[in-house]
Design a protein around this ligand. Structure first.
Ligand code: FES
Length: 206
């Protein structure tokens, strides 16, 4: 019997139906497990193993390879700040220090409440918009130390159900790498990506 909610099970069935080989669905199902529990628990990974017909050890070997699969408790908001070369040259070390100071969370850690996690990230592909940051993988470009502090204060106070890249760019961003063609009408409701078909999040989570 599944430990997942009915809605997660029906999403899992939709995803599995897209793959000729069930085991190919292991990664999207790991995101579902994260959406269900907020992070990848042992039980969640065992559940994924049962759905795709491989062993829990095989699932863990996939989950442990990719940094976006979080196997430790992660805050509702995962703040990932790029500290690679373009961002570093434009002051990402200072931005990270400001975010750590304002949140009280050193990189790689989560606050006691489970609200905010902070991590430094390798290049997230937005070098033209350095300093680049993501909250639950929703992008903000042109972040400064002061705007980083404002971002943390906003997360603590507003506690949005889902974070949206356009909204955060408007509130806290600066120079963009390019003008984004289409506004994004979805946001991330947890520390996992908000892309379809997983439906892990929308601006108005069901
Ligand atoms: S170096 Fe920061 S996004 Fe590429």
């Amino acid at each position: 019997m599944s430990i997942w909610s009915e809605s997660t099970q029906s999403r899992a069935k939709e995803i599995l139906a897209k793959y000729p080989e069930k085991r190919s669905a292991v990664m999207p199902l790991l995101y579902l497990a994260m959406a269900e529990d907020g992070w990848l628990t042992e039980e969640g990974m065992t559940e994924v193993a049962e759905w795709v017909g491989i062993t829990p050890a095989q699932v863990q070997s996939v989950a442990s390879f990719y940094t976006m699969f979080k196997r430790e408790r992660t805050g509702k908001y995962l703040v990932s700040l790029c500290t690679s070369i373009s961002c570093m040259l434009l002051g990402s070390d200072d931005v990270l220090a400001a975010i750590e100071d304002e949140s009280g969370v050193p990189h790689g850690e989560t606050d006691e409440e489970g609200l905010i996690s902070v991590e430094h990230a390798e290049c997230i592909g937005a070098c033209g918009g350095a300093v680049a940051c993501q909250v639950n993988y929703e992008l903000i470009e042109g972040l400064t130390a002061e705007k980083g502090r404002e971002l943390v204060r906003w997360l603590k106070k507003a506690r949005p159900e889902a974070v949206n890249t356009d909204e955060m760019q408007e509130l806290f961003g600066g120079q963009r790498s390019f003008e984004w063609a289409l506004p994004s009408d979805v946001g991330a409701a947890g520390p996992f990506p908000a892309f379809e078909p997983y439906g892990t999040a929308t601006k108005d989570p069901q």
